[in-house]
Ligand binder design. Structure first.
Ligand code: NOJ
Length: 766
């Protein structure tokens, strides 16, 4: 339906007309979808080519908060473009004041007054920081993960953000890659469920509410398979792995209604993802029916030039729009090049219309046209940022994210009275590193330290000694993207640490990575505990063997020596604002850990990529000869497998039952297993179900996670856990290049981790 408009000076009126023309509230979502489509079409009809291209342009923040004066030449240009209606979105602008000022220009000074959509990297919290995503994944607690994303959305939206560039749903098998901290680990089944939980948390039930925000599934695709774990590197991946491992979390995200997808920096089959027609149009917008919009990654349109895929800027622009990239994040190419390309007939206007419609649709869904200032309320911002309830929630999330890797002689939990505890390690008194690297909206130095958390147990004697820095010459606050200088030689603190350890009943050593040692651009070729910390650990061990090693890190580390020698090891990742409280409560047994590793821990870098769901190969053994698939100098198995994690209590699995050994395409098999708490603490366990497809038209993994249940058991209690297997659980991307299951024999395993041994089998028949 086309409406005739006179362009009036206060252009918002035009939008009001469009909105009121179709104003009609209905619970019927397909009806309201139709209404949004009509609103989008009407708006599109009155937009000039410039205005359309403007919607496809996203700028990084440039606003000078002290006034509207631009900071430099580039900023001036951007500012002018904003006034001219040539900006559809901004990122890295934060807070109600700053965003209101920008939104005012977009709404009140441009011809059509189309509001901006404001995107930010709200990855694991806004101001109140939850654990890094990899840590949250270790909880296997989908409700808590959803809640964590919800809290992030509440804070971000209260501060003017209505779109996050999260969740990162990239599967990765390579601990060298710095961004494993941002994902859910190595498994597509767990990764898909976590992606869905996060999207639910961010987007809620109703995107137009002022406390929900649009989510982004990123990075399409296979970014987590960067060769040798080096960020931004080439990806060379088989179709089999792409479909069966990489795509499932994206497909799950789209089915969950994620509003945007970000493409990736890497190439795929020689074609950069940003210029990849097959990925973005054939699959995403075609087969997968994605109705949101695609945002490029930062500068990735322009990067097709150094990739050697685009001749020049014009060419890069043309490739990107044709391939389906709808919004240009900071390449500044759409805004500068697209118009000419359309006029020359090189880019069809229908591509622009499609991209703009997709972007406008999400703006409508966010309610920005009903009220562009919907997310801009200073009172709400003041009330909700760092709200005590949010800190309570991230504390819960943090405790659930901790994984107990080793606990010999029940060194943990610590006794609460009459103990002398030596706490050692720079990270124990670090209030910045636990926030991780990916929290651009939070305030530096705001995490509760382990030292402060442990002080809350006053009936023990606590001595703290740094021992050694992780980073040399930190010089105050470590800024985002600041260069990391590892302490490779300063051992001046060793002696004081030795003295403290000598008389202690227990030594708690907090060692690992600085918060800025993982994340984007922060790949590592060595994944040892960095600097002189390993040496410090070995020195203290000579003096006192009662060591609890608490690891803080954004990726699996190589901890072979510690695993052999140190009696208790706790994987505490980077747990966010409430780090110290979470760790202390776990160390003292006020919370019994139940986390399970979402990524295998290698024994050495040489084993990488290492993952539980590998193929069998033609030579899996016999192991008493040389000619089988193995290393001569290392075991094949990881140090700690996927799904692994201990508790202060123990669990016994027994009585595996199934109600049928045959499955057809309509039936299901009911499986049950008894699990008993056989230890001395109430505790939680993640009961895991793995399935192995013995033989298929393409080779299949040795096992795949297909179900899990998080159960809590009192001391001595037994529960019966049930799983149901049906045909859809057995589907994979087959030789026929479709998702299907194939009749035949399957084994299944139930247990405490990916080495689960309780086993039975069934046959799938047509
Ligand atoms: C580059 C990263 O790859 C992407 O994940 C992020 O959202 C953008 N920068 C924006 O900061």
């Amino acid at each position: 339906m086309i409406i005739e408009f006179n362009i009036i000076k206060k252009h918002t009126i035009i939008l009001l007309i469009i909105i009121s023309f179709f104003a009609c509230n209905s619970d019927n979502s397909s009806f309201s979808n139709d209404i949004i489509d009509k609103k989008v079409d009407s708006l599109l009809n009155i937009m000039t080519l410039d205005e359309k291209i403007g919607q496809m342009n996203q700028y990084n923040g440039f606003w000078d908060i002290t006034g509207p004066s631009p900071k430099n030449g580039q900023a001036k240009n951007k500012y002018q473009n904003l006034k001219n209606g040539l900006v559809g979105s901004m990122l890295n602008v934060r807070g109600v004041d700053e965003i209101t000022a920008l939104q005012k220009i977009a709404v009140e000074e441009t011809r059509l007054g189309i509001p901006l959509i404001i995107g930010n990297d709200v990855i694991h919290g806004y101001k109140t920081i939850s654990p890094i995503p990899l840590a949250e994944a270790a909880s296997w607690d989908l409700k808590e993960i959803e809640n964590s994303a919800k809290i992030a959305a509440i804070e971000a939206s209260a501060a003017g953000t209505n779109w996050t560039f999260a969740p990162m749903v990239d599967i990765s098998r390579d601990a060298r890659w710095g961004r494993v901290m941002e994902g859910a680990g190595e498994d597509p089944f767990l990764g898909s469920l976590i992606a869905v939980a996060r999207i639910k948390g961010f987007q809620g039930e109703d995107l137009s509410k002022h406390n929900t925000i649009a989510a982004t599934a990123k990075h399409l695709a296979a970014y987590g398979f960067s060769e040798s774990g080096k960020d931004y590197n080439t990806v060379d991946i088989s179709k089999n792995t792409l479909y069966n491992i990489v795509f499932p979390p994206f497909i799950a995200s789209i089915n969950q209604g994620v509003k945007s997808v970000m493409n990736s920096f890497n190439e795929l089959d020689g074609i950069p993802a940003t210029g990849n027609f097959f990925l973005q149009r054939t699959l995403l917008k075609g087969e997968w029916n994605f109705d949101g919009f695609v945002v490029s990654d930062w500068g990735s349109i322009r990067e097709m030039i150094p990739h050697g895929y685009a001749r020049d800027a014009d060419h890069a622009t043309e490739i990107a729009i044709e391939a389906g990239s709808d919004m240009d994040m900071e390449s500044n190419l759409y805004v500068n090049k697209l118009k000419k390309l359309v006029e020359l007939g090189k880019v069809d206007i229908s591509l622009i219309n499609d991209a703009v419609s997709r972007i406008l649709r999400v703006k409508f869904e966010l309610g920005l046209f009903d009220d562009p200032y919907r997310y801009l309320n200073s009172k709400r911002e003041k009330e909700l940022i760092n709200h005590p309830n949010h800190h309570k929630a991230v504390l819960e999330m943090a405790k659930k994210s901790i994984v107990l890797l080793k606990n010999e002689n029940q060194l943990l939990p610590l006794k609460k009275t009459n103990q002398s505890i030596a706490l050692i390690g720079a990270l124990a008194n670090d209030n910045n590193s636990p926030l991780g690297n990916w929290r651009p909206s939070s305030d530096n130095n705001t995490a509760v330290t382990v030292l402060d958390g442990m002080k809350k147990y006053p009936n023990n004697k606590l001595i703290y000694k740094k021992g050694a820095d992780v980073i040399l010459n930190k010089g105050g606050v470590v800024k985002f993207a600041e260069k990391i200088m590892i302490n490779e030689n300063d051992k001046s603190g060793f002696n004081a640490a030795r003295i403290a350890a000598r008389t202690a009943d227990v030594v708690v050593m907090v060692l690992g990575e600085d918060g800025f040692q993982s994340g984007e651009g922060r790949s590592r070729a060595q994944i040892d505990i960095p600097g002189v910390q390993q040496e410090l650990l070995e020195e203290i061990f000579k003096i006192n063997k009662n060591i609890v090693l608490v690891l803080m890190n954004g990726r699996p580390l190589n901890i072979n020596w510690a695993d052999k020698n140190i009696p208790a090891i706790v994987e505490a990742w980077q747990l966010g604002s409430q780090t110290g409280n979470a760790i202390a409560q776990v160390l003292y047994g006020d919370y019994n850990p139940s986390g399970k590793l979402p990524m295998s821990f290698p024994r050495s870098v040489g084993q990488i990529p290492i993952y539980y769901n590998h193929k069998n190969t033609g030579r899996p053994g016999p192991k008493n000869i040389v000619f089988w698939s193995h290393y001569n100098d290392e075991l094949n198995s990881p140090l700690y497998p996927f799904g692994y994690g201990l508790s202060y209590t123990t669990f016994n699995y027994s009585n595996l039952k199934m109600d049928s050994k045959v499955l057809n395409f309509k039936s299901s098999i009911n499986i049950s297993v008894d699990i008993q708490n056989t230890g001395n603490f109430k505790g939680k366990e993640v009961v895991q179900l793995y399935i192995k497809d013995r033989f298929a038209s393409v080779t299949r993994p040795i096992k795949e996670l297909k179900g899990f249940d998080l159960v809590e058991l009192d001391i001595g209690e037994t529960k019966t856990i049930k799983f149901q297997i049906n045909e859809s659980l057995l589907r994979f991307y087959s030789k026929n290049e479709v998702w299907e299951s194939e009749p035949g024999f399957f084994d299944f395993y139930i247990g405490t981790d990916s080495n689960a041994t309780l086993k039975n089998s069934f046959e799938l028949i047509k």
